[in-house]
Design a protein around this ligand. Sequence first.
Ligand code: 9D3
Length: 236
Amino acid sequence: MHVSIITLFPELFEPYLTATVLGRAVQAGRLRVDLVPLRAYGEGRHQIIDDRPFGGGPGMVLMAEPVIRCVEATRAEHGPGVRTLLLTPQGRRFDQPFAEALATHEDGFILLCGRYEGIDERAIEILQPEELSVGDYVLSGGEAGAMVVLDATARLVPGVLGDERSPKEDSFSGADRILDHPHYTRPLDVRGLGVPEVLRSGNHAEIARWRRARALERTRARRPDLLTDAPEGDQE
Ligand code: 9D3
C-alpha cells in the first residue's frame, strides 16, 4: 500500500510511523508512506502557504496554488488511479467499508490535511478530491484524521497486523457489525470481582455462545444503530 500525506506538520507522523506496527510494515516493504511538506510548495522566499480570507473573518486560508502544485507533484509519484482524499469537516464520514476499499486500491492514495479555516475553494474545484470527515467533532486540523485513516487502512494490508487474527473478525467488518464481548485475564480475583465461570469451563461451544450473547447485548444497549442500519452497499 502506498500512502502520501500532505501536511504542514510532517514531524507529527514520525513517531507514529516508527513506534507502532505500521513501522514494521514499512520496514517489511508492505507499506510506503511518503510525508510531503506542503510548506515546500509555498510562494516566495518565505514559502508562504496561507493568506487572509476574502470577505473578512477570523483565521487564515490555505492558498490554492501551493496546494495544487503539491498535490500534482504527489500524484506523479503514484500510479494513474491514485485517489486524493481531503480531510475536512465537510466530508462524508469515514467508515470501515471505505477503509477496506482504500486498502486494496492498487495505485494508493493521498491524504491532504487541511489547517486553519480551510483551503481556497478553487484548489478543491481543480483537484476534485474526495472529501472525508472522521466524525462529528471539531479538530484543529486534518492531521489527526489522516492518522485515523492511515491506521484503519494499513492494518488491513496482509502482513501488517502483528497477530494471526484476521481483520475479518473485527467489529464493523463485513455483514457482522457488532461490538466486542468483554475480556478477562489473570488474576482470577480483581478487588473482589471474579471471572464468568463459563470462560473457565473449557467448553468452547459454550464460550462462543456466551461471547456472542454478551456482544449482542452490548450492541443493543450501546449501538442499536449497528443492528438496524443496512451495511454499506446494501441499501438498494
Ligand atoms: C472552528 C472553525 N470552524 C468554523 C465553522 C470550521 C473548521 C475549520 C477547520 C472546523 C475544523 C477545522 C479543522 N478540522 C479538520 O481539518 C478535520 C476534521 C474535523 O474537524 N472533524 C472531523 N473530521 C475532520 S477531518 C479534518
